[in-house]
Design a protein around this ligand. Sequence first.
Ligand code: NAD
Length: 469
Amino acid sequence: MSDDVHAQVLILGSGPGGYTAAFRAADLGLDVVLVERYPSLGGVCLNVGCIPSKALLHVAKVIAEARATSDHGVSFATPEIDLDALRAWKDGVVERLTGGVSGLAKARKVQVLEGEGRFTGPHALEVGDRTVTFDHAVVATGSRAIELPGIPHDDERVMDSTDALELPDIPQRLLVVGGGFIGLEMACVYDALGAKVTVVELAAQLIPGCDPDLVKPLHERIAGRYEAIHLQAGVESVKAGENGLRVTYTGDIEDATFDAVIVAVGREPNGGALGLEAADVDVDDRGFVPVDERQRTNVDHIHAIGDVVGGPMLAHKATYEARIAAEVIAGHDVAFDARGIPAVAYTDPEVAWVGLTELQARERDIPHETATFPWQASGRALSMDAGEGLTKLLVDPQTRRVIGAGIVGANAGELIAETGLGLEMGANAQDLGLTIHAHPTLSETVAFAAEVAEGTITDLTPKRRSPQG
Ligand code: NAD
């Protein structure tokens, strides 16, 4: 009996993009084969990314909050950290979710093949010694961490995000290279667990691309806790020695020795080694697979989604694209037309934005008004010791529609959802301001920012008067 398989839809890669495409296609009545090189479904996000990092960030938050309450008259003892138990808890969260995804695949009769897939033709993929032929395919192979030259990546004290999430131990002195999403989230975890953290970032601010007023409260908070934050600097070399990793920086910063280094300088797409040329699919020099608004590559029956197609490398962008790919394959008339993709740094405090940033609006000369509500005027924020936050809306001066939003502060990642919905629904500032928000909540700050935009704010002194009547 032949081991060969035929699929109406082949999905390569089982991250949030891949499994969503597989499940949506199956729900639309198509026969689906899902190919994954690792034994556990869920890709980077579930196994070694979003989920385990959030489990550790949760613990970091509890530690930070317990520490902060000593200023309010309640002191806890210094936490005792049992790394094995913490690791086991984090792994348990991951196992529940990856097990859940496998269960969902089984329930839908999605056939899962384990192995490294390689295209051998426009309708064929090789997985080990099996061949899968297909009518349609979706490439959802994600991305991998970029390695830096001059750094001994094979030394176990030099970690990427996957290694760092394994929590091998808590280094006394830790250098984080890259002040973006991963670098700052890992810094937050290791700081809470007791490491002395230094961050080195090439750009002039942390989280480059984010509006500076949103980054400032985060920068100020961590500058007070970490050993150092070096901006506009990089790492020239890391020399592995018995007593630590000797780091030389670019720029005018003194050499230093660390017990561990986490490298988080971005990710690169996994488009290069898939044999896509055998399927006549274009791949660019960097390994991205270009697609149109229906997620189609240059070959009509082969789609691509997620990190491998470029744009922000975010799981929620991948799942959105996955639905489009599956539905287009099933014959639906759908295309990518989202107005915003939220970005969230799950740091302490959190930073989130959606739609246009102020930086983009200025760069692109897009007419906009900015309305900012400082959390110093929010009763809920102050009662949570979270007064450093702010909520900001960008409004089109003509239509008064919300065209962007940014929030820094506790739960910013949750709070940004309301503005995302507003953006998708074409809400104007008045719609947000006249929506009754519960008091006292952090979500009120969205309505307050809208009132600032409309000149109707009563919780602050209004900058401009609203028209009478
Ligand atoms: P990133 O692009 O967010 O940050 C990388 C940072 O490294 C940038 O600030 C960059 O300026 C800096 N950098 C680059 N080269 C450097 C060098 N030689 N020395 C010092 N700094 C240098 O990338 P990341 O943090 O590695 O994350 C990778 C991807 O994963 C991102 O696309 C991100 O969107 C995604 N991600 C998102 C989340 C989230 O949404 N919360 C979390 C983790 C990862």
